[in-house]
Design a protein around this ligand. Structure first.
Ligand code: SF4
Length: 240
């Protein structure tokens, strides 16, 4: 089985999305994550793969989201050049990328590189929760004890991770409210079974589904992924 690496999101915030491959997340410690396994240390091989995925982009929504199981800084130079080239050729005006806190100081110049050609760049960061102790002592996310306002100086959008033991309706609601207060968009990921020791907690997921999902599902600035393949990309990780 191979990963699906191209899809379109045809409802809220319509966009094309590509799952590219980089040379690997440089943090790689988050206790809930196994998707950082989708990497290859060989940039030439990554570019060869990424080129074939990027060829599928049509520009139909003028917006492209690029994810790569890590940060945009893990993508090779030729892939970045190709992304820009496609944006210019297909009249894509907005790009979304992802980035871990440790690369926050790369964001400004990266945005400038695209924005000087009229392409807006939005950067999403996996914050998972604004509860510092839960995030750092349990999830090992690697973000210091900084305020949401400080995080928002670097990142436009956040991912939150729900469905883990210890979370409550109140804690999840607080994360959503903080997310929409400080950031343009919030993407809620519900924990799914993977190869890590952190398991989805069915009771917490039920609480989310019965209360918060109903309340927030139609918010235009909130995406909710009940399964991590809901955007149409991803799946089982296997070498390609
Ligand atoms: S920063 Fe992202 S890719 Fe890296 S380990 Fe954490 S969740 Fe996984």
């Amino acid at each position: 089985m191979t990963l699906n690496r191209y899809s379109t999101i045809d409802s809220k915030n319509k966009r094309e999305i590509v799952l590219l491959r980089g040379n690997g997340c440089k943090w790689r410690k988050c206790r809930f994550c196994d998707y950082h396994l989708d990497f290859n240390p060989d940039d030439n091989k990554n570019y060869k793969l990424n080129k074939t995925i990027l060829k599928k982009v049509t520009g139909k929504y003028k917006v492209l989201e690029v994810i790569n199981s890590g940060s945009f800084t893990d993508l090779d130079k030729n892939t970045i050049l190709t992304i820009k080239d496609i944006c210019l050729k297909k009249d894509i005006k907005k790009l979304h990328f992802e980035c871990h806190w440790i690369h926050k100081d790369c964001v400004k110049s990266f945005k400038n590189y695209f924005e000087k050609d009229g392409i807006t760049v939005k950067i999403k960061s996996g914050i998972e929760t604004f509860d510092y102790n839960f995030r750092e002592k349990y999830l090992l996310k690697g973000i210091p004890n900084v305020s949401p306002a400080e995080i928002a100086k670097y990142f436009d959008e956040v991912c939150l991770l729900f469905g883990i033991s210890g979370q409550t309706q109140k804690s999840m609601e607080n994360d959503i409210q903080t997310g929409i207060k400080y950031f343009n968009r919030v993407c809620i990921n519900i924990m799914t079974e993977n190869k890590t020791p952190i398991k989805p907690d069915k009771k917490v997921i039920k609480i989310f589904k019965e209360s918060l999902y109903k309340k927030y599902k139609d918010f235009n600035n909130i995406d909710i992924l009940m399964e991590n393949t809901d955007f149409g990309v991803g799946g089982d990780k296997e070498n390609e």
